[in-house]
Design a protein around this ligand. Structure first.
Ligand code: WTA
Length: 654
């Protein structure tokens, strides 16, 4: 690890404010809560494999029992080997067969206000038909299918149809550019792309098909493109390659029995940014992943399947959408809300209007959304009756205590336990979180590892840290863990298992307080977390450098009151070249997507570097956050920092 990075790590772990407010579960909440004591923790502490095996057999339908619970050859875990199951069967058929076909699976709300009510029977029929469509297009078990869709029910249908026939889906968030899509398609060598004409966002149709077309110019593996009609915008259809979803679905059989898959069959790939180079295709498999997501969705949200109306506001393009819109909730047979659009269309109270309309009882969102609601003011929520709510959740980044308190008071009415859930794309499911009927919470703390999860905080020498800051590591395998990086076993080993031998290193810093509560402190490497989305500095730098005028770029995530972190870029232009901030911001949007667009781009004659030539991101972050610079003795040219600071304060004044 280089000088600049380890200095950065040290800082990340030192930052900490103390918080001593406590919120025990209320007696009223405990009356019907699934878990109010330590029984699950005790059971798992005695025998974690036995604990997970019990969850797997109680919560999941297996066509064939497994032979071994866990085969652990570090860093490769195999869970429930010998077992056979079908994920779509678990999410759909078993509920219909048990007589719950008329139960609503999804209350879908389009951004313009159109709605669809989808029962478990409806969803099963649609998934069976689409499974047959995929088969007719030549899709076989193990083939990769790319999905690039808005938040419409067809996204869920497409994912479950893949699972039903053993195809591997790779969902790419609809906000990503054609370049990002094509990179991901090529890495996975996907055969079919499922997209839409467009979707609704902030009252307008955003076209997806043109981006898909552009991507397909450089993706030789794509044989077919299936297009869902949603936006109604004009699209070009390529003869023989492109097909309308609704036309394919017209005359296809609704009969498609679920084929049991091996427990370790690859279920999906999901690409996530790393610290270096291209995105990583995180691999998740069948039996362990479904066990983990079903268990956590049930107990972390205290799910009462007959009465709860659950709503997770994530996009299906992220892991939260995979695990806590599609797989966990549907496996548990619950009723959920799915919303297509933004929280401020037509007005800033849209979310609260939806909560009231459907009687949402469990609400799961991101701290960045909560900070935005705070900015818009508590009166927006106060316009609606939110008394149906009983459990609130957050995910994606640390929630600061003020935001937690605001959420508790203005959304939860002081009545709802808050579960601050820590996990990652790589962990597949929630790892650290309160259990709402059992855990006394503190605002801003994710509290304790869930039963069956072994987390340990360690220092640079891998020594356990009993109190204070350290690196968050996982010491035992868990069922939902990633099984590797697609096509790159060395990188899997290197990224997650090499920093601390024998341990999974999550990349996050955390602190243990005197009561043993865990407080997440953010990432210790240089991945930025913007609105709960991980964006690699390297990717944005590469995008900037791909502009013909840019010679070098350094990107940092600086604290931002709304988005958690915001992207700040410092660029050095090629000699004689000219460009400006607006053009460079637009360029990044085109290369990666609006999500990575820098908040500010500073054009500078030089960048602060260590003597070995490494960019000192810590200093750039200090400048971006308006802090005074202390020790610059390792700098190659200390005067550049003064110059950058002058630019930053100029721009703050303006
Ligand atoms: C951060 C999202 C603090 C963390 C499910 C992690 C959190 C990264 C929390 C994973 C939380 C997620 N408190 N930080 N409750 N939840 N994070 O892969 O830095 O998109 O490593 O998965 O988000 O982001 P990812």
């Amino acid at each position: 690890m280089s000088d600049d990075q380890s200095t950065g790590n040290h800082d990340a772990i030192e930052a900490f404010a103390s918080e001593n407010r406590r919120f025990p579960p209320s007696d009223a909440f405990k009356v019907d809560a699934l878990i109010t004591g330590t029984e699950l923790y005790d059971e798992a502490a005695r025998d974690d494999e036995g604990f997970w095996a019990r969850q797997a057999s109680e919560l999941i339908h297996w066509d064939t029992e497994w032979d071994t619970v866990l085969d652990w050859q570090l860093p490769y875990a195999k869970w429930f080997e010998g077992g056979m199951l079908n994920v779509a069967y678990n999410c759909l058929d078993r509920h219909v067969l048990a007589g719950r076909g008329d139960k609503i699976a999804i209350h879908w709300e389009g951004e313009p206000g159109d709605t669809r009510t989808i029962t478990y029977q409806d969803l099963l029929d649609e998934v069976c038909r689409f499974s047959n469509v995929l088969k007719d297009l030549g899709v076989q078990k193990g083939d990769r299918i790319n999905i690039y869709l808005p938040m419409i029910p067809e996204a869920v249908v497409a994912m479950l149809a893949c699972a039903r026939i053993g195809a591997v889906h790779s969902v790419v968030f609809g906000g990503f550019s054609s370049q990002s899509l094509s990179d991901r398609i090529n890495d996975a060598e996907a055969k079919v792309l499922i997209t839409a004409d467009g979707g609704y966002r902030r009252g307008e149709v955003f076209p997806l098909k043109p981006a898909a077309d552009e991507a397909c110019e450089t993706t030789p593996s794509i044989e077919h493109v299936v297009v869902v009609k949603r936006g109604g915008n004009d699209v070009m259809m390529v003869e023989a390659r492109d097909h309308w979803y609704h036309e394919l679905m017209e005359d296809v059989s609704p009969d498609c029995p679920a084929q049991p898959m091996e427990a370790e069959h690859l279920l999906f790939l999901l690409y996530t940014s790393g610290t270096t180079g291209r995105p990583k295709g995180i691999m998740h498999t069948t039996g362990g992943y479904l066990t983990h997501t079903t268990f956590t969705h049930k107990y972390v949200f205290d799910l009462q399947p007959d009465t709860d109306v659950y709503w997770c506001t994530a996009d299906v393009g992220w892991i939260t959408g995979h695990s806590y819109i599609v797989y966990g909730p549907l496996s548990n047979g619950c009723t959920q809300v799915m919303y297509e659009g933004v929280p401020n269309h037509p007005n800033n109270d849209r979310f609260w209007e939806i909560v009231e309309k459907y009687g949402v009882t469990i609400f799961y969102t991101a701290p960045t959304a909560i900070r935005t609601f705070m900015k818009w003011g508590a009166e927006e929520a106060a316009k609606h009756d939110l008394s149906s709510l009983r459990v609130l959740g957050t995910v994606g980044e640390p929630i600061n205590p003020e935001a937690w308190m605001w959420y508790n008071e203005h959304i939860g009415g002081g009545q709802c336990p808050i579960v601050d859930t820590w996990w990652q794309t790589e962990t597949g499911g929630i790892m650290i979180s309160p259990i709402p009927g059992a855990t006394t919470t503190k605002p801003g703390s994710a509290t304790f590892p869930l039963p069956g999860v072994s987390a340990e905080l360690i220092d640079d020498d891998a020594q356990p840290v009993p109190v204070g800051g350290g690196y968050l590591t996982l010491t035992r395998p868990w069922p939902g863990m990633l099984r590797g990086i697609w096509g790159d076993p060395d990188r899997f080993q290197e990224t997650y298992w090499s920093r601390f031998p024998g341990r999974y290193f999550a990349g996050d810093g955390a602190k243990l307080d005197d009561d043993g509560y865990l407080w997440l402190l953010g990432r210790v490497d240089d991945v930025m977390n913007v609105s709960g989305h991980r964006i690699s500095t390297t990717e944005v730098e590469s995008a900037l450098v791909s502009h013909p005028s840019v010679a070098e770029a350094a990107v940092v995530g600086a604290n931002d009151a709304t988005t958690g972190q915001a992207v700040f870029a410092y660029v050095i232009l090629r000699g004689g070249a000219e460009t400006d901030e607006a053009e460079l911001r637009a360029h990044v949007t085109g290369e990666i997507g609006a999500i990575a667009r820098p908040k500010r781009v500073f054009i500078t004659p030089d960048l602060p570097k260590t003597r070995s030539g490494k960019i000192m991101r810590r200093l750039l972050r200090d400048v971006a956050e308006g802090r005074n610079i202390g020790d610059t003795t390792t700098l190659a040219d200390a005067s550049i920092v003064d110059e950058l600071q002058a630019k930053a304060s100029e721009s703050n004044d303006g």
